[in-house]
Design a protein around this ligand. Structure first.
Ligand code: XMP
Length: 510
């Protein structure tokens, strides 16, 4: 299988680089810079290597460096941002550290002829994010691009197929970024591009079939797309040795628990145990209002429930989780700031009675997970479902949670989703739901004063859920949803629509 190595120097766009490569139907593997050697790289048969960006300056004492043997392995290399500076610095070029010329954002780029820039106009816009810059490339390299502040925005040794770009071709703001990456992957590395999600599914199934042979594996099924795909993938690998435990924590949407049980058990043939643990979760959460605390409690309780089930099942060796990449970064990988500790990443208790945890979708973005799901034959309506957070409605009832509030939210949410699904606007929002705020307001019904809950409607458009915009739903669709909610759902006297983007807000209210 053709594959590209993304050598990770800690940059924020590393997964995006891998994703862009995979979009060209070439498998990309991300490996930390210090976890491989030139010998390993040659043995793996990579067709090309991309050095990622990173937060360091090449002059920092502890800045990550690469083994120079990589550049003489005869494999094409593309260094991006820090990766580019490192090639220059380690090859004897000149890297300058000058605060005064740091470039951030869209920048005019002028390129000269180079295999990397085939089909790229002489002038275009690129995305820059750097303080250090390369002043002179190493011996044997020529400058192939400049910007107003960057005398060497790209360099190349076309003979050895080693390239460096100061800007970020993986970011959509770089006008010809896709073309540049495709030039590298297809033309320079010579990849044909025949990798598909079918390969990913096939390779993963084969891998886990071998790795988990003879093991009893327990899968944490939460009801969402991610854990469903993880479960079916593992089921295809190890069949009945996979026991799926579907914990209905009571925070699922209307009718969701029954649908998941029916599809997974009857249609997909999974060995599935449903645990109705609503009371247990509600008890633990009584009076808890702080969102992070809710997540931690739910995450821990999930594991506790599994442990209890595991005791009944007998010895269990491995736990499977449906963690996907955005969960990982938003929970603070490495030194990144913790925004929300998504329960399936952050909330694991210290004492855990499983040998290990397997996360087959950890490197995939949402759309990639859906593609894998389709390959595995999971019904379309389940695969294309909007994402749903692990802690479910517990983080959509603002403040303390009660069974009554959950019922109110479930009804309001079902109405809003139904109205949007049935409207022309339909699938244009990537995630849409209702939130039960803890704000009560005065209303009037008939001749009487009411004092009921305020329901907030949230709908966002986004590519990757890392950033999002509020969906421009037509007013008449909102009006209909509002009207139905206030008429049909007891105790709701007001409906509002959230018009905040992410950032500064997040998709969920908690
Ligand atoms: P935020 O609110 O962080 O949401 O902008 C981004 C995406 O993540 C989902 N989300 C969660 N998923 N556990 C999850 O599994 C969580 O605790 C959690 N919090 C948010 C959210 O629904 C959106 O799709």
């Amino acid at each position: 299988m053709e594959k590209i190595l993304v050598l990770d120097f800690g940059g924020q766009y590393n997964q995006l680089i891998a994703r862009r490569v995979r979009e060209m139907n070439v498998y990309a593997e991300i490996v930390p810079f210090n976890k491989t050697t030139p010998a390993d790289i040659c043995a793996e048969g990579y067709k090309g290597i991309i050095f990622t960006g990173g937060p360091n300056s090449v002059y920092d004492e502890k800045s990550p460096h690469f083994d120079k043997g990589i550049l003489s392995a005869g494999i094409p290399v593309l260094g991006i941002c820090y990766g580019c500076q490192l090639i220059a610095y380690m090859g004897g070029g000149e890297v300058c550290c000058a605060e005064s010329i740091s470039e951030y954002g869209k920048t005019d780029l002028t390129v000269t002829e180079s295999p990397l820039f085939e089909g790229v106009p002489q002038k275009s816009v690129c995305w820059m994010s750097h303080t250090d810059y390369v002043r002179t490339p190493p011996a044997g390299f020529t400058v192939t691009a400049v910007t107003a502040n960057c005398p060497c925005a790209a360099f190349a040794d076309s003979e050895r197929k080693i390239y460096g770009v100061q800007f970020h071709p993986e970011v959509t703001h770089t006008e010809y970024g896709g073309r540049i990456l495709s030039n590298f992957i297809k033309n320079i590395c010579g990849c044909k591009g025949d990798w598909t999600m079918e390969n990913f599914a096939g390779t993963s199934i084969a891998k886990y079939r071998e790795e988990l042979a003879g093991k009893k594996v327990l899968c944490a099924l939460s009801g969402g797309v991610d854990s469903s795909v993880a479960a079916v993938l593992l089921h295809k690998a190890i069949g009945q040795n996979l026991i799926c435990v579907f914990v209905d924590h009571g925070f699922l949407r209307k009718d969701e628990g029954d649908t998941v049980e029916r599809v997974m058990k009857n249609e997909m043939g999974l060995n599935l145990i449903r645990v109705n643990a609503q009371q247990r979760f509600l008890g633990k959460l009584a009076g808890v209002t702080e969102p992070e605390k809710k997540r931690k409690i739910i995450g821990e309780e999930f594991i506790r429930v599994f442990e209890d089930v595991a005791k009944e099942i007998g010895k269990v060796d491995v736990l499977v989780q449906g963690t996907i990449y955005p969960d990982v970064i938003e929970s603070g990988k490495g030194d990144a700031a913790v925004i929300k500790s998504h329960h399936n990443v952050g909330g694991l208790p210290d004492i855990i009675e499983f040998e290990k945890i397997v996360e087959p979708l950890r490197d995939l973005f949402k759309d990639e997970v859906r593609a894998v799901g389709r390959q595995l034959g999971i019904p379309e309506y389940l695969v294309s479902r909007q994402p749903f957070p692990g802690p479910g409605l517990a983080i959509r009832v603002i403040g303390d949670i009660t069974a009554e509030k959950l019922d109110i939210l479930r009804e309001a949410d079902a109405i809003f989703r139904e109205e949007l699904d049935n409207s022309e606007f339909g699938g244009k929002a990537n995630q849409y739901f209702a939130v039960l705020t803890n704000c009560r307001t005065v209303g009037v019904m008939g001749d009487a004063r009411t004092y009921g809950y305020t329901v907030a409607l949230r709908a966002v458009t986004t590519d990757d859920f890392m950033t999002a915009d509020f969906a421009r739903i037509p007013f008449d669709v909102l009006a209909k949803a509002s009207n139905r909610i206030t008429n049909e759902v007891r105790s709701v006297s007001r409906v509002v629509y959230d018009i905040t983007a992410k950032p500064p807000a997040t998709v969920e209210w908690e």
